[in-house]
Design a protein around this ligand. Structure first.
Ligand code: NDP
Length: 241
């Protein structure tokens, strides 16, 4: 049986690597994105993976988008909630818009994407939900109260939903990446990035492929006893208890 996987923000960065890894593992993959049509078109051309454009921050768009993906590919077995953004500023300079955008995209999206399809997963007795949190949701990061709050919220959401669906064959887990060499991190000023790399015991940024490897592991049919967990992949930059 070919399983269907949906990766939000699956056209760029870490999501790009996840989409490719799942396709290589034999999944039928759908990748969503928010607005960068050019990147999505290049991704589709390169990989042959279908792309869908909607905002994970909008519940109604998620309901409609998920219905379209399921009509095209079949019921979603594996949902990877990867889409995320940063809008960094110290709290005394952070605007309500920056706060709301990050909470909507990174945390409301958990509800918006999971709620419409969780009943189907329960009924079918199988599902894998994999949420991408962050090292900064575990340890907190100066200049990222919005992002740290949202990513910590992702971990709480994961633990609660994992318990709700545990008896239904559905697992819900988190991955908390450290600093990964994507465009999101390229936006960090060079001096700051140098000091970040100096604080990573492994001595380098991580790669999207290393996060994709964790996703493939959690998505596997044989990973059914792992649920409510957070896999930390950060080069020992922060060792969560
Ligand atoms: P990128 O900025 O490289 O890619 C983000 C992807 O998410 C793009 O495909 C983008 O679409 C999509 N996206 C953004 N907003 C929305 C939205 N509202 N609706 C749907 N899709 C959206 O990010 P990364 O690959 O670096 O990050 C991926 C995830 O990993 C995020 O959740 C991030 O917080 C997390 N993370 C990243 C780390 C890193 O070091 N890079 C570290 C820890 C966690 P479009 O192309 O249209 O803009």
């Amino acid at each position: 049986m070919t399983r269907v996987a949906l990766v939000t923000g699956g056209t760029r960065g870490i999501g790009h690597a996840i989409s490719l890894e799942l396709k290589a593992a034999g999944y039928k993959v759908a990748a969503t994105y928010a607005g960068n049509d050019e990147a999505a078109a290049a991704f589709s051309k390169e990989t042959g993976i279908a792309t869908y454009k909607w905002s994970v921050a909008d519940y109604d768009e998620c309901v409609a988008g998920l219905a379209k993906v399921e009509a095209d590919l079949g019921p979603i077995d594996v949902l990877v909630n990867n889409a995320g953004i940063t809008r960094d500023a110290m709290l005394h300079k952070l605007t309500p818009v920056q706060w709301r955008e990050v909470i909507s995209t990174n945390l409301d999206s958990m509800f918006n994407m999971c709620q419409p399809i969780i009943a189907g997963m329960r009924d079918r007795g199988f599902g894998r939900i994999i949420n991408i949190s962050s090292i900064n949701g575990q340890k907190g990061q100066m200049g990222q109260t919005n992002y740290s709050a949202a990513k910590a919220g992702v971990i709480g959401f994961t633990k609660a939903l994992a318990q709700e669906v545990a008896r239904k064959g559905v697992t819900v887990n988190c991955i908390a990446p450290g600093y990964i060499n994507t465009e999101m991190v390229a936006a960090v000023p060079e001096k700051v990035l140098e000091s970040i790399i100096a604080s990573i015991p492994v001595g380098r940024l991580g790669t999207g492929e290393e996060i994709a490897h964790c996703v493939k592991f959690l998505a596997d049919d044989k990973s059914g006893f792992i649920t409510g967990a957070t896999i930390t992949a950060n080069g020992a930059q922060y060792i969560a208890g």
